[in-house]
Structure formats: structure tokens, C-alpha cells
Ligand binder design. Structure first.
Ligand code: MSP
Length: 493
């Protein structure tokens, strides 16, 4: 059999692409005929984890329909899970779902004049539908109204109380229903509402309206955890990725922590889980919501079940607006119960529309169903992962989607695959045999290509381990461009 350099190149690409799609445990037939590929893959960092890889997305508020920002967070989470599956962890688990309790939902349902549970059902199904149409490989769609979650939250509360971290006291402060959080006086200013010119108090950080509240409620001794949190951050410098966000959290904790209000009077907040043994209080929605990650893992754990559980998550994906809740409050709650902390958080930036944050409360959102319908699910997933921001916000632009489709997917990946599989002058099996044989080593052109492909595979693995799917995709795109360019010069077909 005589094989040209072009055929050899194509076979290397094919075989190398198998490296991205096969794992040592799940070896595909092409890599069986290409031992070098298997051998090299095995040298990568791919030891099977002791427990299944567990990755979570945030759970979405059901006060309005999903938008493209939600799709982004889901796509990132899904990429992380699929990467682990490709590396051999066939039991990898992805959790997503909806955050259904709290003032925000209570108010939205009352405004819509719909029974609050019916309101939640309607919106939760839209988020689940989004996960389905976006090909998110979720293992459970958690709803905070699910019965097992209620059990987990009540148990968690009792444990916090039993360990002495809960006390009752008067709370006065500014509460934002939209952000579901209290702000100290220093984080609030007086502004004019843009739409009406009305004077209102708003959070400096989010711009959301706040209202003065004075009430008796339960507090969590967050201030006790300052040193333990700082110690954890110091010992785990990659706890929060990217490092800019890690630094923000460190300085926030260094500046001091005040105790956290973790319940609201049931006279104000009816829609939620009641404090065990005190039905006059409803558990704070963020405490309730965060525990969903434990519910999935089978919490409350029977004494010997904890070690068989998927807990803790290897990675929790969150938007930059919810880092404080996840990277300060959440670890402190877990520390209070001596539960293992999540290994890492990937915090991403936001999608903007005309440079303003895409937000359902502002109404400037992209409907992800329309976008998927118009451009196709893979195009949208590619666009979001390729152009979406991790550190900096990204502006959503239909023209860029078309551009990515034409240049990268059609002109790059699609064109290359078409050259490889539809080429008339050579056969795929012959080329794969050539690539697996010794004659390839005397082909300098083919060896160069192979080195480039190998380097990209290593770069990708490193970038994915660093929780940077965006740059991993950029690396593959560069490779495809480089190889396609060569192929077109040599008139592969
Ligand atoms: N319910 C809370 C999360 C609780 S997790 C225990 C919440 N819900 S949300 O629906 O407001 O936001 C869900 C996720 O979507 C967050 O990670 C948030 O950052 C993300 N996004 C919301 N708007 C976004 C953009 N415009 N762009 C990218 N992500 C965005 O917060």
C-alpha cells in the first residue's frame, strides 16, 4: 500500500481525534488499531477518580423564563462533565435545577395572580426544557420544592443549631428582594429609578432596590469562620477560578464577616421551608438553595454512607454575581457541620446585550429557545463556550454567531471532516493502518503534523484541568485552522 503525505496527515487527524473521544476504559475501535494513541493517552493525567466526578450548575430562580446567560452556565457545566466522561469517568454526575422558594418567587407569583406552586411548576419546566434542548447531560433536575430536599434542609438546620451556630436576635437592615440578600448601610445608596425618576434606596453592587426591614430572626455565626476560611483559601489557592475572583473573596473575608440572618418571619415570607420547631420563621432562601447540592448527594448521610456518596463536588460552576454566597457562606455552613468542602468553583463572567447585563428583571434578554431554534444547538453551544467570558463580560451578537458558524464550524471543523471522510483518492482504513505502522516515521511532513496535534491535545488537557474550556476550544480551533490551511495547499482531495 502506498500512502501519500496528505493521506497520512488525514489519518493522524482521525486517529488523534479519537484521543479526544476515547478513554482507557472506553476505547473506541479506531484507537485499538492505533496503539500509539492509546499509549500516549494513558500518559496523560487520567487516573480514574475514587468517586464519580460531581459537577453542579447553579439552580435557577423561577421568577421568569430562562435567558441566554442561563444557557451559558449550563453549557460550561456540561462541558466539564463531558470532559470527565471522555477521560474515563463514566459515572460523572451533573446536577442542575431550580431555586423556587423565597420572597422573589412569592412576589412574582402574587403579581402574576397564580398559585405559587403552580407558578413554580410552570417555570421550572421551562428550565428543564432548556437543559434538554441544549443537550445538557444532567443526572438530576433538582427542584427545591422536592420532598427529599425539604428533609435535607431541615436536617441541616437542626445540625447547625445542635452545633451552636444559630441564635435568635433582632435584625435591622436593607433587604433586596431581587438579590435575596441583606446589605449593610455602607453598601446602599440613594438613586433615581431610571424608568420613573422615583427616589429609591439601592444596592451599590447590583443596583437593585432595597427596603428597610426590622425583625426578629435567626442568625448564623458567620463571624466565627473568618480564620478558617482564610486558612482554607491559603491552602487551596485554586479554590476559586479565576484568580481575580479568589482575590476578591480573600479581601472580603479579611475585611471582616458579620453574622448572617438565616430566617425571615413567616408573616413576611410564607413561601419556603419552616424553621424546625419554630413555624413562625421561614428558612432563608440562600441557605435552602445551597443545600440542594447536598440533597443530590444523598444528605442527610447515614453514618457510613458519607464515604460512598458523590459528596463533595469536584467543581461548582457559578456566575460572578453569586460568588459570595458560594465561596464564603457555603463553605462556612459546611465547616459548621464538619462536612467536606467542594474542591473548586469556576466563576464565570456575564453575557451582556448592548453592553448591559442580560437580566430577566431588566427585560434585556435573549431567548435561548429562539436562538437554538435559529442557529442550531451545537452552533449555540460552540458560540457560548468560545466567546463567553470567564474573567470579562462578553457582548452577545447575532453576527458573531453567524461568523463562528461559517468560519469555525463550517469552514474549519466541517470542511476538514468532509475532506477526510469524503476524499475520493484514499481510504480511511488504509490511512489509519499507515499511521499505525512504522513507515510513518520516515515521513517528516507527517511527523510535524503529529507533533502539532500532540501538543494541542496536551494543551487542551491542561486547560480543561485548569477549568478553562474557552481556551481549550480556542486551541482546537487554531489546530484545525493550521491543518486545514496545509490541507488546502496540498489539495488533499
Ligand atoms: N438561584 C440563584 C442561584 C442559587 S445556587 C444555589 C440564582 N439564580 S439566577 O437564576 O438568578 O442565576 C442563575 C445563574 O445564571 C447564576 O450563576 C448567574 O450568574 C447566571 N446568570 C444570570 N444572568 C447571567 C448573564 N447575563 N450572563 C451569564 N450568566 C448569568 O442566582
Amino acid at each position: 500500500m502506498t500512502v501519500s503525505p496528505q493521506q497520512a496527515r488525514a489519518s493522524f487527524l482521525l486517529a488523534r481525534s479519537c484521543r479526544f473521544h476515547c478513554s482507557p476504559q472506553y476505547v473506541c475501535s479506531a484507537s485499538k488499531t492505533f496503539p500509539a494513541t492509546r499509549r500516549q493517552f494513558a500518559t496523560a493525567k487520567n487516573t480514574a477518580p475514587k468517586k464519580p466526578y460531581y459537577v453542579t450548575s447553579p439552580i435557577f430562580y423561577v421568577n421568569a423564563a430562562p435567558h441566554a446567560g442561563h444557557l451559558y452556565t449550563l453549557v460550561l457545566t456540561d462541558i466539564l462533565k463531558r470532559w470527565q466522561k471522555l477521560r474515563g469517568d463514566d459515572r460523572a454526575i451533573l446536577l442542575t435545577g431550580t431555586d423556587e422558594h423565597g420572597m422573589k418567587i412569592q412576589k412574582a407569583a402574587s403579581k402574576a395572580k397564580v398559585d405559587v406552586k403552580a407558578f413554580c411548576d410552570q417555570h421550572a419546566s421551562q428550565f428543564e426544557e432548556l437543559a434538554k434542548v441544549a443537550n445538557i447531560s444532567y443526572d438530576r433536575f433538582m427542584r427545591t420544592t422536592d420532598p427529599d430536599h425539604k428533609i435535607a434542609v431541615e436536617y441541616f438546620w437542626r445540625e447547625l443549631n445542635r452545633n451552636g451556630y444559630i441564635y435568635e436576635s433582632k435584625h435591622e437592615g436593607w433587604y433586596s428582594i431581587s438579590d435575596e440578600t441583606f446589605y449593610p448601610e455602607s453598601k446602599v445608596h440613594l438613586v433615581l429609578e431610571p424608568s420613573s425618576g422615583r427616589k429609591m434606596h439601592a444596592s451599590i453592587e447590583t443596583g437593585k432596590e432595597v427596603e428597610w426591614t426590622s425583625e426578629i430572626n435567626y442568625h448564623f455565626k458567620l463571624s466565627d469562620f473568618k480564620d478558617r476560611l482564610l486558612d482554607h483559601y491559603q491552602k487551596n489557592p485554586d479554590f476559586i477560578v479565576p484568580s481575580t475572583r479568589m482575590n476578591e473573596m480573600i479581601s472580603e473575608v479579611e475585611n471582616g464577616l458579620t453574622d448572617l440572618s438565616v430566617s425571615r418571619p413567616a408573616t413576611r415570607l410564607t413561601w419556603g421551608i419552616r424553621v424546625p420547631d419554630d413555624p413562625s420563621q421561614t428558612i432563608y432562601v440562600w441557605l435552602d438553595a445551597l443545600i440542594n447540592y447536598l440533597t443530590m448527594a444523598g444528605y442527610p448521610f447515614a453514618s457510613d454512607a458519607a464515604s460512598n456518596s458523590v459528596w463533595p463536588p469536584e467543581c461548582q460552576v457559578i456566575g460572578k454575581d453569586i460568588i459570595r454566597f458560594h465561596c464564603i457562606y457555603w463553605p462556612a455552613f459546611l465547616m459548621a457541620l464538619n462536612l467536606p468542602l467542594p474542591k473548586q468553583f469556576l466563576s464565570h463572567a456575564h453575557w451582556t446585550l448592548n453592553r448591559a447585563k442580560m437580566s430577566k428583571s431588566e427585560g434585556n434578554v435573549v431567548n435561548p429557545f429562539f436562538a437554538i431554534n435559529r442557529f442550531g444547538v451545537d452552533v449555540m453551544r460552540y458560540y457560548m463556550a468560545h466567546d463567553g467570558g470567564i474573567v470579562d463580560d462578553a457582548d452577545y451578537e447575532n453576527l458573531f454567531i453567524v461568523d463562528r458558524y461559517k468560519k469555525d464550524l463550517q469552514g474549519g471543523f466541517g470542511n476538514l471532516v468532509s475532506r477526510v471522510v469524503r476524499g475520493k483518492k484514499w481510504s480511511v482504513p488504509d490511512s489509519v493502518k499507515f499511521a499505525a505502522g512504522s513507515s510513518r516515521d520516515s515521513n517528516p511532513e507527517a511527523m510535524l503534523q503529529m507533533a502539532l496535534i500532540d501538543r494541542t491535545a496536551e494543551d487542551c488537557a491542561r486547560l480543561m484541568d485548569q477549568l478553562n474550556p474557552r481556551m481549550a476550544i480556542h486551541a482546537v480551533r487554531e489546530l484545525i485552522y493550521a491543518v486545514s490551511l496545509k490541507a488546502s495547499h496540498l489539495d488533499l482531495n
